[in-house]
Design a protein around this ligand. Structure first.
Ligand SMILES: [Zn+2]
Length: 358
C-alpha cells in the first residue's frame, strides 16, 4: 500500500456517505470523479433519485468489455467519519467504509489508472460503475440494463479474512408479514380480543421450523417481531420480517410460497408483502479459475467461497455476465466500528484486477 493510496483512502473515508444523503453522496462522487480525471480516465456523473452514479472509463485497443462494480454509500450515519478517522494499526487500516467498500473503490481506480497510463496494454473497454445506494436497495440498480452484454464483471467488495474471493452468492429476499386482530382490555374483556401478536408468533415459529435448512443452503430467519400498544391491551396489530436466503431462485420462490401458507387464527388476518430481493451470483468456472490463478501468480494465493450476502455482482451475474467478487482488499468487520483492511493485500489485488481487465 503506497502512501498516496493511503492518503486517498483517508480522504474518501473522511467523508460520510450514508445511503440516502444526496448532499453527502455528491461529495464522495465529486472526489472520485476528480481522481478519475487526474488519472486520465473518462468521467461521467449521473444524477439519480438516490444520489450520483460515477462512471469511470478507459478505452484501450482491445475488444473486450469489462465492468468493475462498486458502491460509494456506507451504512454509517453522519458524524462517523469525524469520530473515527482512518488509522493504521500494525498490518491493518481501520475506519468507516475501508472494507465496505471504499478500499475496493480505490483498488479499482488504481487498476484503471495503470491501464490508462500503459500504452502497451491490450485492454478493451473497462467501465467502473460506482453506485450510490447498494446498502439500502432490495432490487436492481437503476443502471443494470447498461451492464448487459459485457464480457466480464469484477465486483470490488472486500476479500475474505483468509484471502478468499467470492465466486458465488446466494439469492435472498425479505418478506414482511402483518397481522390484524381485535384490541380489547386484557383484564375485563380479554376473550373478546384477538391477539395479532400471538398469531404472528405461531407463524414465526412455523416459518423457521419448516424452512430453515429444509433444502441445501436454505436459510430462514425471523429478524423482527413487533406488536402491542401497552401491557394491558390485547394486541390488535403485529408485524414481522423474514430474511430468506437460498442457493437458487427456485428455492427462494418455494420458500416464499411456504411463508404465505398461513394457518387459521380465529379472527386474526395475516398477510404477506414481498420485496424483489437479489438473484444469486452464479459461479463462472472460467473466470473463477483465472482469478485464482492470477492471485497465486502474484503471491496472494486464496480460495473461493459461496457467500450468503448479496452484492451488485449478483445483478451482473443475473444478466449472464460472468462475474467474480471479493476483489477489494482483504478485510472484515463490515458495518461495525472494527471495520478493517489488510494493508499488504492492496497491491496484489490492484495487480490482479488490472490483469483481469486485459
Ligand atoms: Zn458493500
Amino acid at each position: 500500500m503506497s502512501p498516496e493510496w493511503l492518503a486517498r483512502l483517508t480522504a474518501l473515508c473522511g467523508l460520510d456517505s450514508p445511503t440516502g444523503d444526496a448532499a453527502a453522496l455528491a461529495q464522495t462522487a465529486a472526489l472520485l470523479a476528480n481522481w478519475g480525471r487526474a488519472d486520465g480516465l473518462e468521467v461521467e456523473i449521473r444524477e439519480t433519485p438516490t444520489g450520483p452514479i460515477v462512471v469511470l472509463v478507459t478505452q484501450g485497443t482491445g475488444t473486450a468489455r469489462t465492468l468493475l462494480i462498486g458502491h460509494h454509500d456506507t451504512v454509517y450515519p453522519t458524524g462517523t467519519a469525524t469520530a473515527r478517522p482512518v488509522r493504521v494499526e500494525g498490518d491493518r487500516v481501520l475506519g468507516p467504509g475501508v472494507a465496505d467498500m471504499k478500499g475496493g473503490l480505490l483498488v479499482g481506480l488504481s487498476a484503471l489508472a495503470e491501464l490508462a497510463a500503459d500504452p502497451t496494454s491490450t485492454h478493451g473497454r473497462v467501465e467502473f460503475w460506482i453506485v450510490p445506494d447498494e446498502e439500502a436497495r432490495s432490487d436492481e440498480p437503476t443502471c443494470l440494463d447498461e451492464w448487459r452484454g459485457a464480457d466480464a464483471a469484477i465486483c470490488l467488495e472486500c476479500g475474505r479474512a483468509d484471502g478468499s474471493i467470492v465466486t458465488s452468492r446466494m439469492a435472498c429476499t425479505w418478506l414482511t408479514i402483518e397481522a390484524e386482530g381485535r384490541a380489547a382490555h386484557a383484564g375485563t374483556e380479554r376473550d373478546s380480543g384477538r391477539s395479532a401478536l400471538m398469531a404472528l408468533t405461531r407463524e414465526a415459529l412455523r416459518i423457521e421450523d419448516t424452512l430453515h435448512a429444509a433444502r441445501p443452503g436454505l436459510q430462514a430467519t425471523i429478524t423482527e417481531l413487533h406488536g402491542g400498544i401497552g401491557k394491558n391491551t390485547v394486541p390488535a396489530h403485529a408485524a414481522a420480517s423474514v430474511d430468506l436466503r437460498a442457493a437458487s431462485v427456485e428455492d427462494l420462490r418455494w420458500a416464499t410460497g411456504i411463508v404465505g401458507q398461513f394457518g387459521e387464527h380465529d379472527g386474526v388476518v395475516v398477510r404477506r408483502s414481498d420485496e424483489p430481493g437479489f438473484p444469486p451470483l452464479t459461479r463462472d468456472a472460467a473466470l473463477a479459475e483465472r482469478t485464482l490463478a492470477l492471485l497465486e501468480s502474484v503471491g496472494a494465493r486464496g480460495s473461493e467461497v459461496l457467500a450468503a450476502g448479496a452484492s451488485d455482482g449478483s445483478w451482473s451475474s443475473s444478466l449472464g455476465v460472468p462475474t467474480v467478487d471479493g476483489l477489494g482488499p482483504i478485510g472484515g468487520g463490515d458495518h461495525s466500528p472494527d471495520e478493517w483492511i489488510d494493508a499488504a493485500s492492496v497491491a496484489p489485488r490492484i495487480e490482479v484486477v488490472r490483469r483481469l481487465c486485459q
